[in-house]
Design a protein around this ligand. Structure first.
Ligand code: AMP
Ligand code: GLY
Length: 420
């Protein structure tokens, strides 16, 4: 079959790498892709936020399966457009993707199905929001309702920070995303990510992961999109995962179906774990980045069968073949990230890296210039390895990094430390 993946990051490189290994995949096209993806798939350039443009491309290229990577095309209704045009599609409708696109909507769903999550209140005006913060006190969490490229959440340790966040949000710092604000109870515990495929009725857990959000060793410094991840997440035990399925994920899936907006795709639940229970921090309507890199490293070619079963409504008969393994990905970023950084520096040594079922360097933000791979973003490479233990996987990943010669880049030296 001809398969189209939408997106351009390390997540899409990992999806492409897994899909390509499956003999069902004949032709693989990624739009827009990146320089690493171009080494294993065709890349195509058109507006992936424009449903009509995606449908035209599918018609012209006899596409039989569309996999939507990032949240923006989902929220823009691209999966609705491709499905309406008759193309088998992996990814939720815009109505179902509200589970990521609106934090207030997610809270409403949690209320409707009694899913454990932080207590909250929602506001469309600053004055009552400020009163609420003064009444509850810090620490407290202030969230822009809409999509804000991962920057719309302020975990305020003081009342002053929380009040400043209210001023920013209602002052337009996040555009339309901040027109409504959700204020939440500050939860403590350990965070982990839980990935579940659902066809709208049936659900299949496909793995757990933990990421490192802070830029510096020891989880210090500013927040980033993620500096590394590993799977499985030991803190998310089978018992906690079963309970999260019963209390959070399955009730959400039923509630979405009951409302006439069934959720089809991967439901990524961010959980705060404490005292043997997970509480929902947030939902994402897509795979995590860089968590997908470790999930795909572990799932390999069967990932395509699972995504197809999900899109075709056959999840009841699907199962995951788990190996007793561990995967880790270390993000290499351009110096300065998550602040200002330069693009265009040359990365040497990539040809020396092993590429097999235990080692893969996924590209997150690269381009090719005069036959040379250059940095083209903040997070640039995801050096990923699999091993029999997490320590084995970690050693393999850092051994790969030793071969990469990129003076303008950096990485954390302690990915996985919490679990090691
Ligand atoms: P989100 O975009 O909702 O995932 O929030 C980003 C990060 O903020 C999460 O990964 C948590 O680390 C933190 N966070 C969000 N909500 C809460 C909360 N209610 N309590 C504590 N930390 C939170
Ligand atoms: N790594 C966090 C995310 O994909 O949202």
């Amino acid at each position: 079959m001809n398969i189209l993946i939408l997106g351009s990051g390390g997540r899409e490189h990992a999806l492409a790498w897994a899909v390509k290994q499956n003999p069902k995949c004949d032709r693989l096209i990624v739009a827009p892709g990146n320089a690493g993806i171009a080494q294993l798939a065709e890349c195509a350039d058109f507006d992936i936020l424009d449903g009509a443009a995606v449908v035209d491309f599918c018609e012209d290229n006899a596409i039989s399966f569309v996999i939507v990577g990032p949240e923006a095309p989902l929220a823009a209704g691209v999966a609705d457009a491709t499905r309406a045009a008759g193309f088998l599609t992996f990814g939720p409708s815009a109505a179902a993707a509200r589970l990521e696109a609106s934090k207030a909507f997610t809270k409403e769903i949690c209320d409707a199905c009694a899913a454990p999550t932080a207590a909250y209140a929602r506001f469309t005006e600053a004055a009552p929001a400020r009163d609420y913060i003064r009444r509850i006190g810090a620490p407290i969490v202030v969230k822009a309702d809409g999509l804000a490229a991962g920057k719309g959440v302020i975990v305020a340790m003081t009342e002053g920070e929380a009040l400043d966040a209210i001023d920013d949000m209602f002052g337009g710092a996040f555009g339309g995303a901040g027109a409504e604000v959700v204020i939440e109870e500050f939860m403590t515990g350990e965070e982990a990510s839980f990935f579940v495929l659902t066809d709208g009725v049936n659900a299949l857990p496909i793995g757990t992961a933990q990421d490192h959000k802070r830029v510096g060793d020891g989880d210090t410094g500013p927040n980033t999109g993620g500096m590394g991840a590993y799977s499985p997440a030991p803190v998310l035990t089978d018992a906690i995962a079963d309970r999260a399925m019963r209390e959070i994920v399955l009730p959400t899936i039923r509630e979405m179906a009951r409302r006439g907006t069934p959720y089809q795709g991967v439901l990524y639940a961010g959980l705060m774990i404490k005292d043997g229970q997970g509480r929902l921090v947030e939902y994402n309507a897509r795979f995590g980045d860089p968590e997908t890199q470790v999930l795909m490293m572990r799932l390999g070619a069967q990932a395509l069968d699972l995504l197809l079963a999900c899109a075709e409504g056959r999840l009841a008969e699907a199962k995951v073949n788990w190996a007793d393994d561990h995967a880790i990905t270390v993000v290499m970023a351009a110096k300065g990230y998550p602040g200002d950084y330069q693009k265009g520096s040359a990365i040497h040594g990539l040809h020396r890296l092993p590429e097999d079922s235990r080692h893969m360097c996924f590209h997150a933000g690269t381009a090719e210039k005069d036959g040379q791979i250059v940095a083209n973003g903040g997070r640039v490479l995801n050096v990923t390895a699999r091993g029999d233990t997490l320590a084995d996987a970690r050693n393999r990943a850092y051994a790969m990094i030793d071969h990469i010669n990129w003076p303008e880049g950096f990485c954390r030296s302690d990915i996985g430390w919490r679990a090691l």
